[in-house]
Design a protein around this ligand. Structure first.
Ligand code: MGD
Ligand code: MGD
Ligand code: MO
Length: 747
């Protein structure tokens, strides 16, 4: 369900990984977290003799299958990638033509990479010079190479810079827009891609439309509701354009005003009620604060098929409601996979007992709150209906409105046809055969029109647009610092040569060299994103171009605090000497409504003195997320019956901790958890690993008496998030749950 954790979609697909000649993985453990998809990685090894390279602070199950493994210090992936680029540029292994034609700002990257000599990189990352050189050669010399990442790269105060650095490495090697290449981000939950595309987030409207008045007006019109009515739902019109709180920091909205808490900018009020639909709550960093916030709320509503463990964590006795939600098996509709393909799902059983589906819960809420008609009107508009059929009409509404990422082709009719014929598609190329010939499985977006085939590989200029080709999007103007932002290469078979801007009503005649009829001029929307007439999309298809332009990818983002990605030490770093050289950001006021601390935390003291151990958190194969679903299964729970900590035997023994002993983990926040020591050489002596799937205990206290009778899961334990450190990304506010410090002690 909705969350703020993931970043980006796959440019290619899981199957396409079979085309890779080399694979490099930063901060993902697919053997555990994407075990079905991991098959394609192993196939690439078998088919192409592809080198599998894993960069991770732990020796994971994925690392066990790797040809080369770098045990990196947490939070130092940017230095590692600059270290690779240093060697690549020095040896001329980069793709010069590709960079010239399709990338803006690579000179700045080259300048920074020059500093990251193998010896400096080794000092900062903990990976030896020899191994760095070996990895770089193996990866750069075997193209196309695919770059994989997941949460090990994102959950840092510099997570957004990390996710820019990885594509830069791929751009330098010309690995973008190629089969077997690309940035393949392994996403999280079932349909997390769909939730992101629908922007269940606090800073955009669906389809990434932003919060400008123009976007709101487009949606008001598309939903058939009055813009002024929408504005009237806000305290004041000015709040329409302001970002809301994030999932990571809602607690700050409750606690603001108390001594020592971060200030908020929320129109003079604190948050008083919490409605949860599909989040475990114990998965959120700063659990002690989260608990305090839960206790302070006036109202808590938990819509969940299980007993959401927020109810176990809180001491609040009144006004905590659990609404029994149905599961995904008790409903139907479209979901979006990690590679941008849609899948239609059918209901397996009717909602059981008194449970209701999520959409019914929302419809009932909208009725009680008095805006049901406005909430559902968008589903009636297309055919001027009196009543709607869910979810088909909702899917068709999305297809009608969302142009930005090209969902026009995703009608419920087409998606159902793909579901019925999934056996007629090839797993690697995703191409259909027989009656599905000419389409790619699940119509991966952008799917520009109701007859477009979908786009299996983003930014691929070697294939015509009608077969899924396109350039990089033109989003940031035509010229910057006197340099053209348009691509120096055209798309195959396009009737427009070279790069071109995003298509608008104003420039369409000039770019395509056509004359619009008077009727077309009347109907056409301002630009391709809001053109409900379909004229721009149709003309673009006729001319073989993608409506969003053909531009250069930006290695340099001139509006960000770091224009090119820069290394910055985590807020809690084990290397005080490097904090001085690579300090974090200045504190950031009003970051999604909350004043967020950076330098003031990092500089408060030399954290490494009292908390010398790196704290790495992550996942187990048998448990998912906050874990309540799987810990309620006898068989899955039996594999890890209690919360534990992977600790290097040398580190443990030096603290008098035996294998199987209980131990304390203390955090710089002053919080602690009591867990079972699990001897493991997968971590070095300077770090420990804990999974975050447990709940039911809090700082040594057994709270399992709070489970309503018969609902206590088979496995319970401390939440890792009680000891994850304060720290949030400067752009997205993802918590720094993979880059903190701790201290260990025998319990
Ligand atoms: N079985 C199972 N599968 C899942 C899930 C689950 O809970 N259980 N959750 C799903 C979800 S929501 C998601 S988002 C995905 C996440 O999938 P992954 O991102 O693969 O999951 P993690 O185990 O959290 O983190 C991956 C790796 O990052 C490493 N890491 C930590 N810090 C760093 C660092 O600074 N640099 C580098 N290079 N690596 C680092 C960790 O050691 C870990 O091995 O999995 C999905 N699949
Ligand atoms: N320390 C640390 N913390 C982390 C992470 C980490 O790596 N380290 N990873 C982060 C990441 S990437 C993620 S995605 C989050 C995951 O954490 P959560 O988002 O908390 O993930 P889930 O356990 O999947 O929680 C889903 C909740 O939804 C309920 N649910 C399941 N199906 C349905 C449904 O159909 N409808 C409704 N209404 N509810 C349903 C489940 O019972 C459960 O209570 O954790 C984050 N927290
Ligand atoms: Mo996730």
């Amino acid at each position: 369900m909705a969350n703020t954790w993931g970043y980006g979609a796959m440019t290619n697909s899981l199957g396409d990984i079979q085309n890779a000649k080399a694979i490099i993985i930063f901060g993902a453990n697919p053997a555990v977290n994407h075990p079905v998809g991991f098959r394609h990685f192993l196939m690439a090894k078998e088919r192409n003799n592809a080198q599998l390279i894993v960069v991770d602070p732990r020796f994971t199950k994925t690392a066990a299958k790797a040809d080369l493994f770098a045990q990196i210090r947490p939070g130092t992936d940017i230095p590692f990638m600059y270290g690779m680029l240093h060697i690549i540029f020095k040896n001329g292994w980069h793709k010069k033509d590709f960079i010239d034609q399709r990338v803006y700002g690579m000179e700045d990257v080259m300048k920074e990479a020059k500093k990251w000599t193998p010896s400096l990189t080794a000092n900062v990352t903990g990976v030896s010079e020899d191994l760095l050189i070996q990895i770089t050669r193996a990866y750069a010399k075997s193209t196309p190479g695919t770059l994989i990442w997941a949460m090990g790269l994102t959950q840092h105060s510099i997570g957004s810079s990390n996710t820019r650095m990885a594509p830069i490495l791929q751009l330098a090697l010309g690995n973008m827009g190629e089969e077997g290449g690309g940035c393949n981000i392994l996403r999280g939950h079932d349909n997390v891609q769909g939730a992101t595309d629908m922007c269940c987030l606090s800073h955009t409207l669906p389809g990434y439309y932003g919060l400008s008045a123009g976007s709101w007006k487009y949606f008001a019109k598309s939903w058939g509701v009055d813009y002024e009515w929408l504005a009237g739902r806000f305290k004041d019109k000015k709040w329409m354009s302001k970002k809301g709180f994030t999932l990571a920091r809602w607690y700050a909205g409750v606690l603001a005003g108390k001594a020592g808490e971060d200030k908020i900018h929320n129109g003079g009020t604190n948050l008083k009620a919490l409605f949860v639909m599909g989040n475990g709550i114990t998965s959120i960093s700063q659990q002690a604060k989260v608990k305090e916030a839960l206790d302070a709320l006036d109202l808590i509503v938990l819509a969940d098929p299980f007993v959401n463990e927020a109810a176990i964590l809180t001491d609040k006795k009144d006004d905590v409601f659990i609404l029994p939600a149905a599961t995904q098996f008790e409903t139907s509709g479209s979901v979006t996979a990690t590679n941008r393909s849609a899948q239609w799902r059918s209901e397996v059983v009717k909602p059981m007992y008194e449970s209701k589906t999520d959409h019914d819960i929302m419809f009932e809420l909208a009725k009680r709150l008095g805006f049901y008609d406005q909430f559902t009107k968008g589903m009636l508009i297309k055919e001027n209906k009196k009543s709607f059929k869910f979810p088909e009409d909702a899917t068709d509404e999305i297809a009608r409105i969302i142009k930005t990422i090209g969902l026009t082709g995703w009608t419920s009719k087409r998606l159902k046809k793909h579901q019925e014929n999934w056996h007629l598609f090839d797993q690697v190329s995703m191409r259909g055969i027989g009656p599905m010939k000419g389409e790619y499985y699940g119509l991966p977006w952008p799917c520009w029109t109701e007859s477009h085939c979908g786009s299996p590989v983003l930014y691929d200029v070697h294939r015509p647009v009608k077969e899924g080709g396109m350039g990089f999007r033109n989003r940031f103007g035509l010229v910057h610092d006197g340099v053209s932002q348009l691509a120096g290469v055209g798309i195959k078979d396009a009737k427009v040569e070279g790069g071109y801007p995003e298509i608008t009503a104003k420039n369409i005649e000039k770019v395509l060299g056509i004359k619009l009829s008077e009727d077309e001029k009347k109907k056409i929307g301002k630009n391709w994103k809001v053109d409900t007439s379909g004229i721009i999309a149709a003309k673009c298809m006729e001319f073989g171009i993608a409506p969003y332009g053909n531009a250069k990818a930006r290695a340099k983002v001139w509006t960000f605090p770091d224009q090119i990605p820069m290394h910055r030490e985590p807020l809690h770093s084990p290397r005080e000497d490097l904090v001085k050289k690579y300090p974090t950001y200045k504190d950031k006021p009003n970051h999604y409504r909350v004043d967020t601390r950076y330098a003031s935390v990092q500089n408060k003291e030399d954290w490494s003195k009292k908390f010398p151990i790196n704290l790495v958190t992550g996942r187990l194969v048998n448990l998912n997320g906050a874990g309540v679903e799987n810990r309620a299964s006898k068989y899955l729970a039996a594999l890890t019956p209690e919360m534990f900590c992977d600790i290097n035997p040398n580190l443990a023994a030096n603290h008098g901790i035996r294998d199987g002993d209980m131990m304390w983990i203390h955090s710089p926040e002053g919080t602690k958890i009591k867990v079972k020591a699990h001897y493991s050489y997968s971590v070095g002596e300077d770090r420990v690993f804990i999974p975050f799937h447990f709940a039911g205990f809090f700082q040594g206290e057994d709270r399992t008496g709070n489970y309503p009778e018969g609902t206590k899961p088979y496995a319970v334990g401390e939440s890792a998030n009680t000891v994850t450190n304060y720290g949030y990304d400067i752009i997205t506010q993802i918590p720094e749950t993979k880059g903190g410090l701790c201290r260990v002690e025998k319990a």
